[in-house]
Structure formats: structure tokens, C-alpha cells
Write a protein that binds this ligand. Structure first.
Ligand code: CTP
Ligand code: MG
Length: 232
């Protein structure tokens, strides 16, 4: 079986949420958001390592959260992240265990990821080199320029919203990150870095429950989803 590592970036400051604590540490139900996220990945047999980049002040808190998770054989590395998500992931890549074949990147603030879906994306990534979760865009997307003037309306039928996990063969992701950092290229997700070096990446249709907790309204929705999941 392939060996999987997941990098769970948790070094953001949560500007859009405007909360006192960074988002991964906000309590959802009775546990921090990141606890739910890590717990979903622990259900995968192929998982051998979890790397969590976070800010220096939160290193200790993440260690405590990791200890409170169900007992497992996975190696945890809690490390210092960077000023941008891309730098946090790049720091994480340096800690990969030698045996790892596939690397997943999954936002700490997407706690409702289903492990069956992660498995499906892993399979695709093994075959093609890279695969990510996404959903077809539900709103019409506008390209907007200066003075809030609309420049273009791309055809919605070909537009998808990228989510995480984004999973790649180890060599491909490492090469993409090294190249992006060297050339000062910035992308808002991992796939865009791999696309840049010509990688073949598939998108797997995911679940709208896999929301990224970003604004206060998302936290309210998350509480509702958690309640519903507990009732099932
Ligand atoms: N992240 C990170 N390092 C950064 C910025 C973000 O590890 N320098 C992480 C966040 O902690 C989060 C994930 O990347 O788990 C997705 O980022 P986002 O939702 O944008 O979170 P924040 O950057 O914290 O929020 P905001 O953009 O509103 O400040
Ligand atoms: Mg951000």
C-alpha cells in the first residue's frame, strides 16, 4: 500500500473571521476545529505522518491537541509555519519522512472532510500524479477590474471551486514548490504550483459540507453540520 503524509497548515491569523484566536483553535462542538480535521485523517490506514505548521505561540497548543486524539501509530511533526500559506506548506515539505509516496495538503479549517473521499483522491493522485477535491461553481463568477468594473464572465459550466485535500506524488509536489519559491511565484492553492510545472491534475467532485471556515457565518453553518453529523 502507498504511504501517505498530510500537511495541515494552521499558521494563519484569521483576519476575515476577526476572532480572538486563530481559526484552527476556535471550539466547534466541544473540540478545537483542527481536532476534528486531524481526526478525519486518522481513519486512513495508509497515513504514516501528519505535519502541522503553526505559529510559534500556538506550537504548544497543537501538541496538546495531538495528544488528546485517539491513540495511533502516526508520526506527528508540529512545526513553525510561514507568513503565507505557501511558505507554511513549503516548511512542512522539509519534514517529510523518507518512506512517504503521496503528500496531501488539507486546510486545518475544513473539519468536515470525509475519509472515503480522501481515499478516492489518493487513488487518482497515484494514477495521474495529482488530484484535488472541488465542486462546480454555483454562482456566476465575474472577473472584475478597477472601479468595480466587470471585465469578463467566464462560462460557468467549466468553472469549479477548488477545495482541499489536494494530493500529489511526493516528487511532483516537492518539485513544484521548489520551483515556485525559486521564481517568486505565488498561488492560492497547491495545484496551481503543480499546474505551473505542467503536472496532470484531476479534480474529484466533493461535498459542499467540506466548507472552509472563513467568516463568522461559516462557523454558524459548521455548528449545524456538526449537530447533523452527530445525529446520524
Ligand atoms: N495558513 C497557514 N499559514 C499562513 C496562512 C494560512 O498555515 N501564513 C493556513 C490557515 O491556518 C488555514 C489555511 O491555511 O488553516 C487556509 O487559510 P485561510 O482560510 O486563508 O486562513 P487565514 O489565513 O488564517 O485567514 P484569513 O485569510 O482570513 O486571514
Ligand atoms: Mg488566508
Amino acid at each position: 500500500m502507498e504511504k501517505l503524509a498530510v500537511i495541515i497548515p494552521a499558521a494563519g491569523s484569521g483576519t476575515r473571521m476577526g476572532s480572538f484566536k486563530p481559526k484552527p483553535f476556535i471550539i466547534l462542538g466541544d473540540k478545537p476545529i483542527i481536532w476534528h480535521t486531524i481526526n478525519a485523517f486518522l481513519k486512513l490506514d495508509s497515513l504514516i505522518q501528519i505535519i502541522i505548521p503553526t505559529s510559534e505561540e500556538w506550537l504548544n497548543e497543537v501538541e496538546i491537541i495531538c495528544e488528546s486524539l485517539p491513540k495511533n501509530k502516526v508520526q506527528f511533526d508540529v512545526i513553525v509555519g510561514g507568513s503565507e500559506r505557501q511558505f507554511s506548506i513549503n516548511n512542512g515539505l522539509k519534514f517529510l519522512h523518507d518512506d512517504v509516496d503521496l503528500v496531501a495538503v488539507h486546510d486545518a479549517v475544513r473539519p468536515f472532510i470525509d475519509w472515503h473521499l480522501i481515499k478516492k483522491v489518493c487513488k487518482r493522485a497515484l494514477t495521474y500524479g495529482g488530484a484535488i477535491v472541488g465542486v462546480p461553481a454555483k454562482d456566476t463568477i465575474k472577473k472584475v477590474g478597477e472601479n468595480q468594473t466587470i471585465i469578463d464572465t467566464p462560462n460557468r459550466t467549466s468553472l469549479w471551486q477548488a477545495q482541499t485535500p489536494q494530493i500529489f506524488r511526493r516528487e511532483l509536489l516537492t518539485k513544484a514548490y521548489n520551483s515556485a519559491i525559486e521564481k517568486d511565484f505565488f498561488g492560492t492553492d497547491d495545484a496551481s504550483l503543480v499546474e505551473r510545472i505542467g503536472g496532470d491534475i484531476k479534480i474529484v467532485e466533493g461535498d459542499r459540507k467540506n466548507l472552509k471556515i472563513t467568516y463568522p457565518i461559516d462557523l454558524k453553518i459548521a455548528e449545524m453540520i456538526l449537530k447533523e453529523n452527530e445525529e446520524i
